[in-house]
Design a protein around this ligand. Structure first.
Ligand SMILES: [Fe+2]
Length: 230
């Protein structure tokens, strides 16, 4: 099983702070059945202004540590792009974006404010051949009052939708949990990932899921993570 959304590369965003934590997170996720990883540090203007170079440098450090720990598992990197003005500017300048697999890129929206111009930005992505995967739609509470309408609209615009596994638990609040379950039953999710940042996330995952229950979830709801494997 592939996890293609996580913050395991140490020291370049609000995820893992050090290499020991990164290795512990990978080992913990392996115990839950994850066998492949694409690491996706944030790219957010001002807050985490990563570039393909800063992410590649962080990946190299993690890669060496994984080799030293005999972790011979497939792993690569991309980014989780905040769909902000800087992102739109990069698109218009045709700066290369880090892709998950083929033409798929991982994007997120602000938690606070509904994004303006979703239609324009998604159009600009598609004319450049990018296929956007939207991270944790269930966590954008400004969509909750008309969730069926908004999430179907995003799918019509070409977004595939990625569930955060912890949204199925009370971790991000009862309201997120409620919508996540409704969306899952409505068949709106294409993928599910950990979005793991730290050891508290690992503990929360371990207290709600087992290797078997996760495998069952992926099968029952036709979650297609493995299609993104290299
Ligand atoms: Fe994330």
């Amino acid at each position: 099983m592939l996890d293609f959304h996580n913050h395991i590369i140490p020291g370049i965003d609000d995820g893992s702070t050090d290499i020991e934590t990164s290795i512990a997170l990978i080992k913990g996720l392996q115990d839950l059945g994850f066998t492949n990883f694409i690491f996706t540090p944030h790219t957010i203007s001002d807050v985490h202004p990563n570039t393909p170079d800063t992410i590649a440098a962080g990946f190299d450090i993690l890669n060496i540590a994984m080799q030293n720990n005999n972790m011979n598992i497939p792993h690569s990197y991309a980014s989780e792009y905040m769909m902000d003005d800087m992102f739109h500017q990069k698109l218009r300048n045709k700066e290369p974006l880090l892709k998950l697999h083929n033409d798929k890129i991982l994007v997120e929206f602000s938690y606070i404010q509904r994004p303006d111009h979703v239609e324009n930005i998604s159009f600009d992505m598609q004319i450049q051949g990018y296929e956007p995967i939207l991270a944790h739609p269930e966590r954008y509470i400004y969509y909750h009052n008309k969730w069926e309408y908004y999430y179907n609209h995003l799918k019509e615009l070409g977004f595939e939708l990625q569930l955060n596994l912890l949204s199925l638990t009370p971790y991000y609040g009862k309201e997120v949990q409620r919508i996540a379950h409704k969306m899952l039953k409505a068949g709106l999710f294409d993928f599910a990932c950990t979005d793991i940042h730290h050891l508290r996330h690992l503990e929360a995952l371990n207290s709600s899921f087992t290797k078997d229950s996760l495998a069952e979830l992926f099968e029952n709801y036709h979650l297609r993570n493995n299609e993104l494997q290299a």
